[in-house]
Design a protein around this ligand. Sequence first.
Ligand SMILES: [Zn+2]
Length: 452
Amino acid sequence: MGATRIIPTLFRENGRNDLNALERQNGFDPLAEGQAMLRLIAELYPICRSITGDGLRETLRLLQRQIPLELREVPTGTQVFDWTVPKEWNIRDAYVKNAKGERVIDFQKSNLHVVNYSVPVRQRVGLAELKEHLFTLPKHPDWIPYRTSYYKESWGFCLSENQLVGMKDEEYEVCIDSTLEDGHLSYGEYFLPGEMRDEVLISCHACHPSLCNDNLSGIALAVSLAQRLKSIPRRYSYRFLFIPGTIGAITWLAKNEEKIANIKHGLVLTGVGDAGALHYKKSRKGTAEIDRAAAHVLKHCGQAHEILEFSPYGYDERQYCSPGINLSVGRLSRTPHGTFPEYHTSADNLEFVHADKLGGALAVSLEILSVLENNGTFVNSSPKCEPQLGKRGLYRMIGGTPDAGVSEMAMLWVLNQSDGENSLLDIAERSGMRFDAVSKTAKALEEHKLLR
Ligand SMILES: [Zn+2]
């Protein structure tokens, strides 16, 4: 990757504005990035993941080829706040055979066919009894639903309604070749140090089997963000977590309580590859800097978007925003989970996610982080009436100059509002200008000693 080589020393010396500089100077191509994300998704798609077990481990090991992720293992039975790390689940094979010995439901064809965390089973049953363990989606007769039974020991199969209709009333041989035993809960962690101890948390769940938008798109986005961020100077440190949903977040928080205070901002990434509009869900605080940065970037991003208020339902923002943790962590998605029919079905497949949508989510995420990186509060060092811009060569920087982002209007706003109280994000919000323009202007004014 040429990224590190191309960045001029200027940006290395000054940690501010680097993300935007990188985007502009290295020909950041969201579509090409999205295509790379899609390739990673396709590689991970066939693996049967769960909240524990070898599928999750294999996924994390594949991610280690992309970023130097550390694998952590927490033993079964470990107490994590009000929860206990569960037994480890692994599966080799599963099927339902008809009287002729044909596999009418076959785990080898889709890992969604087995209720995730099913206990081992080997028995012969009639159709009526078998049906108590079968799940279909009558509304979408071709699709296989995704079901789990993590915290209640049971077993089951998921199949399409069309498959079920074709099953005769006869005796079936049921086999689930799984194990549910003491083992470990695995997760991946990648810490990228910055100038400050203050951290930005990037979290995604990695516990779903063959589902693309729900889980794999968030993983791919987190990987791309990590790859981009590691090659540029950073004010903040970044912590990436690839964890099983719910229990993974709870486990990390319970085992790292001393680190929680360092986390100043965070994003949960999930469901960013479908064709729908971007949705940012606010943190529990609702007015955190990340909430305002995300709203600002989305307002100016030129893509369809929506801002959602916090609710205690959703992904791991539930844990990060529980009252005793209360981190400034929001969530970036496209169509919110549960509101599209493909959600938790076999139709959340490789066709359901799109390179341009993945790339668009990456561009927006980078810009949100760029706001956090570059936000700051300045003081106008010539605050009595307006300083004379002309004699400093600033007046005719308007348009036409290479620094077209630095307009006279932006200078007037930044100078007027920089009284030590208003941050650059405050100024961007109040002026209606893009943060990037305000931040570049502040940099120019600082170089001319008009801001400190
Ligand atoms: Zn899900």
